[in-house]
Design a protein around this ligand. Structure first.
Ligand code: G6P
Ligand code: MG
Length: 217
């Protein structure tokens, strides 16, 4: 039977966290809030709305709804100037190799991302066509650690959650996969992602035997 391999986008396929950081930092600066890399870490996997809410709490600021909307647009417009310059070179090491290996084994490939820019980014780096289904920030009402994004992908493919494998770099994303009762594979730091079933620092660390085991279990 076919398994579904569900990939997060930011931090798994491409390193867009650095662009999110620059855009949030610029935005925070315009309203007199300091924004650190450590805080940026805590926004991984967190939606745009929730991210701005957190930044305002950290900066101890309250603003009107109209201003909130304006700041959200400001951040995204700035973020998109970085995305616009992206190309295939920005795909993280061995991601394409892994996608092609799984496709060669006739497995399903899905995207499960909180980003509303997901399709555009996949197009930019030219791997959109490798995905059987894309579920992103436009398709969900509940953010990670809620399992909605991953369960929707599984539903579209008609694959039961226990036959789904999720690749995630965010703690909230690993929790979402676990909440969906899927196999969770952390991409990043072992200590940070200790709740995952397996952790690899990146895809170069994952060999074909491991992937074959996931396919055949
Ligand atoms: C991913 C990133 C988050 C980002 C979210 C929404 O989960 O890890 O840092 O806030 O997507 O992205 P968007 O592109 O819609 O602003
Ligand atoms: Mg991520």
């Amino acid at each position: 039977t076919k398994k579904a391999f569900i990939f997060d986008l930011d931090g798994v396929i491409v390193d867009t966290a650095k662009y999110h950081f620059l855009a949030w930092k610029k935005l925070a600066g315009t309203i007199g809030i300091d924004f650190t890399e450590h805080q940026n870490e805590q926004l991984k996997g967190v939606s745009r709305v929730k991210s701005l809410e957190k930044i305002l709490v950290w900066g101890n600021k309250s603003i009107s709804d109209a201003e909130f909307t304006r700041l959200m647009a400001f951040k995204n417009d700035d973020y998109l100037t970085y995305i616009d310059k992206m190309d295939e070179e920005e795909i993280l090491p061995d991601v394409t190799k892994t996608l092609d290996f799984l496709r060669g084994k006739k497995q399903y490939i899905a995207l499960g991302s909180a980003s509303k820019n997901a399709r555009m980014i996949l197009e930019k780096v030219n791997i959109l066509e490798k995905f059987d289904v894309i579920v992103d920030g436009n398709d969900v009402t509940k953010g990670k650690p809620d399992p909605e994004v991953f369960l929707k992908a599984a539903e579209h493919l008609n694959v039961p959650p226990e036959h789904c494998i999720v690749f995630e770099d965010a703690v909230a994303g690993i929790q979402a996969a676990n909440n969906a009762r899927m196999i969770s594979i952390g991409i990043g730091d072992k200590n940070t992602l200790h709740e995952a079933d397996y952790v690899f620092s990146d895809f170069t660390e994952m060999d074909d035997d491991f992937l074959n085991e996931l396919i055949n279990r």
